[in-house]
Design a protein around this ligand. Structure first.
Ligand code: F6R
Length: 259
């Protein structure tokens, strides 16, 4: 794990985009793992900008989102399929048929989850996984208490996560689904490279556990300490509880991380 602490959102986006771009350059058919939510928005905007500048193409890429809510009406603006198309995949040359998101409206969501896990494997596995982190320590929607080796599955959202995400549903908790399909931690751990973004003091505790805490199901993101190539990109607020924050900030300048 490499931790970098940066001052502003555009710097964070540039460092993360450099990572995505570098991994994509190593393969003819990159497989991207994509997160939704606020954390990766600046990264996606940066990648769209680089695409428009002719610097990067996703024409031969495939993408797999981390997760999807169960039971949102098809076409709901806060569904993760709509989110990723609106904020990234429709804005670049990634073919629509190569964009994959779990089917939260499948008649059998458990079967859909299993099929999704197999589809990732059939695509050759994920080259670079983009991640955020929940304030309760989830990655994907792997909430506390689950298996650290889980595969893509149907999960239940904590009330903390539903409160956190109510901002996307006009602040109305009742509109936030209670269940999801999520890549499992075992699935996420098989990604060859990963970049996790976190901003704001509401993420500080989860970030401390992720980087410096003991590995435990209480803080699911801690399993990423075993990931072979994880870059953690933080702002100062998210990094504020790290014991070694000064050290990470010293060694992880944007230039040294990117190149
Ligand atoms: C989203 C996902 C979640 C989010 C996390 C942080 O696909 O899997 O783990 O990354 O809930 O959300 P934001 O970035 O909105 O704070």
């Amino acid at each position: 794990m490499l931790v970098t602490v940066l001052d502003d959102a555009s710097e964070m986006a540039a460092v993360a985009a450099d990572r995505v771009e570098a991994v994509c350059a190593t393969t003819d058919h990159p497989v991207l793992g994509l997160a939704t939510g606020s954390s990766p928005l600046a990264l996606y905007a940066e990648l769209v900008g680089r695409h428009r500048a002719g610097r990067i193409s996703f024409a031969r890429a495939t993408s797999f989102n981390l997760d999807e809510y169960v039971g949102l009406p098809a076409g709901h603006p806060q569904s993760y399929i709509r989110f990723i198309r609106r904020n990234f995949t429709d804005l670049v040359d990634l073919p629509a048929e190569a964009v994959h998101v779990p089917d939260g409206n499948a008649p059998d969501t458990h079967a859909a989850a299993l099929a999704y896990d197999h589809a990732i494997r059939d695509a050759g596995g994920i080259d670079i996984q983009v991640l955020g982190i929940g304030s309760d320590g989830h990655v994907g929607f792997n909430e506390p208490g689950g298996s650290l080796a889980s595969r893509t599955h149907v999960g239940v959202l904590t009330s903390q996560t539903r409160h956190d995400n109510a901002r996307f549903f006009d602040g109305d908790l009742d509109q936030v689904p209670t269940r999801c399909i999520t890549q499992g931690l075992g699935t996420i751990m098989e990604s060859r490279h990963a970049v996790l973004l976190a901003t704001g003091e509401q993420k500080a505790r989860a970030v401390r556990e992720l980087v410096e805490g003991p590995v435990s199901a209480r803080w699911p993101a801690t399993v990423l300490q075993f990931h072979p190539d994880l870059l953690v990109v933080l702002d100062r607020s998210a990094a504020q509880l790290l014991e070694l924050a000064d050290f990470y900030a010293e060694v992880s300048t944007a230039g040294s991380i990117a190149r």
